[in-house]
Design a protein around this ligand. Structure first.
Ligand code: HEC
Ligand code: HEC
Ligand code: HEC
Ligand code: HEC
Ligand code: HEC
Length: 353
């Protein structure tokens, strides 16, 4: 009897480990001859044996209302953040569902919405470095034609390999270690897994619920910024900033030259990013922006160890001060309805309100 109990107990333990892996992996993509890689619809066998591709897991139930999907039971649960779901509780980067309203509401990632009718928008506006993303259906989640992971690798899972299993505590509030984030050398998993939201080379502070629960002045991501944009490159973000990352594909909007780029001082020729709020103006221009507004976020020169509700003139304007990253309800991914109201502009330019 005793022996039986021990076997039963170790079985349970074994099942727990098995169960945990099988939340996300399938060994043969077959069970009783039925396919197992069915997350978000059948995908066929995937690299690294996952049960779905990127959007299989991250757009798991497009008609559902959960911004985070929970897979598994009891203490075997896995939480998967959702980039496409049918409620207005969007995670920080937005919600790809808005692409159904109009193509210009977001990035038309091939696997989600290949219906970019406006072929004229390819290659990406401001493309300084020859992204090769020259027509609809090319832009992907990850890899050489996408945003996440190693932007030199063609296969998407291969481009992110190792990241999901990396302990990324140094990106989490309470244990932020900015100097160790986004290492330039090391394994692929280190370089990607220790980068902000698997955007290789980007530093930041990650809110534990991807800002999906009660975001506010004290509950938000923190983004890395610098004072002085310093150009861009195709595969690595200038100065490890989130704006330097956008500039991998939209380089002319993050420059400091005087030709196509934005210039380096006032009068600017494109709206500057990676510039401190006081830069060329007396700080009366911005001085009333002193409490963090999650609708118009700013970046920080030093990532704080807990999200801060304070804004001062050392903080940094970034692409994401005005835009969502994935998609949003308004024209050109702008965070407010810029055609109807300048409400976002005057959060910063308080003297113009
Ligand atoms: C919640 C989802 C999830 C669970 C649970 C999970 N994995 Fe993974 N795993 C992934 C994803 C996604 C990838 C591919 C992308 C990546 O590597 O980031 C992956 C990649 C891997 C890889 C190849 C990359 C690397 O890190 O070496 C191995 C090996 C692996 N998993 C083993 C396991 C084992 C063993 C378990 C159970 C102990 C497990 N996984 C549990 C999601 C999961
Ligand atoms: C088998 C399911 C699965 C697949 C496939 C998968 N992911 Fe994930 N992903 C997860 C889970 C679970 C998490 C949350 C745990 C974590 O943060 O590592 C996650 C987290 C993320 C995050 C947020 C990381 C963070 O720091 O919060 C990003 C970005 C991401 N995945 C991108 C991708 C991309 C791009 C692909 C395809 C190349 C992909 N994932 C494939 C399950 C998956
Ligand atoms: C991997 C390349 C790539 C990166 C990195 C990238 N974009 Fe884009 N972006 C594109 C492409 C391609 C288009 C045009 C196709 C489309 O809109 O889907 C585009 C279009 C846009 C548009 C116009 C959308 C429209 O449909 O009119 C905005 C706004 C934008 N990007 C902002 C950003 C911001 C902000 C970031 C950083 C968070 C960023 N992009 C990072 C490739 C990229
Ligand atoms: C997150 C804060 C922020 C937001 C939001 C913002 N700006 Fe700015 N803006 C700045 C900063 C910082 C500068 C750089 C000014 C300087 O050189 O000191 C600037 C510069 C400008 C300039 C150029 C001024 C010059 O001297 O050349 C114009 C015009 C402008 N902004 C208009 C806008 C408009 C219109 C909006 C809304 C669509 C907007 N801004 C939103 C912070 C912001
Ligand atoms: C001050 C607010 C603001 C900032 C900061 C900002 N944008 Fe924009 N962006 C806009 C507005 C408003 C538009 C709509 C078109 C216009 O007014 O020029 C736009 C349009 C775009 C477009 C579409 C252009 C087209 O041809 O359709 C892209 C791409 C884009 N932005 C990318 C970026 C990137 C990348 C950054 C950071 C390097 C950035 N934006 C920073 C406000 C901003």
């Amino acid at each position: 009897m005793l022996i039986f109990l021990i076997i039963a107990a170790s079985d349970a333990l074994q099942a727990k480990v098995d169960g945990r892996c099988s939340n996300c992996h399938t060994m043969h993509n077959s069970q009783g001859r039925s396919e197992m890689a069915t997350y978000g619809g059948t995908s066929g066998a995937n690299p690294c044996l996952t049960q779905g591709d990127c959007i299989g897991c991250h757009a798991y139930d497009r008609t559902g209302t959960n911004n985070v999907i929970i897979i598994g039971d009891g203490d075997q649960k896995s939480r998967i953040p959702q980039v496409f779901h049918n409620a207005d509780t969007d995670l920080a980067a937005g919600n790809f569902k808005y692409l159904a309203d109009a193509d210009d509401r977001g990035h038309n990632v091939a696997a989600i919405n290949n219906l970019e009718n406006n072929g004229n928008i390819f290659p990406p506006p401001g493309d300084q470095h020859g992204t090769g993303i020259t027509q609809p259906g090319v832009l992907t989640c990850a890899g050489v034609y996408g945003c996440h992971g190693d932007r030199s690798k063609t296969n998407q899972i291969d481009a992110i390999k190792g990241a999901h299993h990396k302990n990324d505590g140094i990106l989490k509030f309470g244990s932020i270690e900015e100097s160790a984030q986004a290492p330039a050398a090391g394994s692929a998993g280190d370089k990607i897994g220790l980068s902000y939201r698997f955007l290789m080379g980007v530093k930041g502070g990650e809110e534990a619920n991807w800002m999906g629960q009660s975001p506010g002045a004290l509950v938000h991501n923190e983004y890395k910024g610098v004072d002085g944009p310093g150009g861009s490159s195709l595969t690595s973000p200038a100065s490890n900033t989130i704006s330097g990352f956008c500039a991998e594909c939209h380089g002319y909007y993050h420059g400091n030259g005087t030709d196509e780029t934005g210039g380096s001082t006032s009068p600017w020729i494109r709206h500057p990013v990676d510039i401190q709020l006081y830069n060329n103006y007396p700080n009366t221009e911005y001085q009333d922006y002193d409490t963090y507004n999650i609708d118009v976020p700013v970046a920080r020169t030093t990532i704080p160890d807990t999200p801060s509700n304070a804004v001062d003139d050392s903080d940094i304007i970034m692409c994401l001060s005005c835009h969502r990253a994935h998609a949003g309800p308004y024209y050109k991914l702008i965070r407010w309805d810029n055609k109807a109201s300048m409400s976002g502009c005057v959060v910063c330019h308080t003297s113009k309100s």
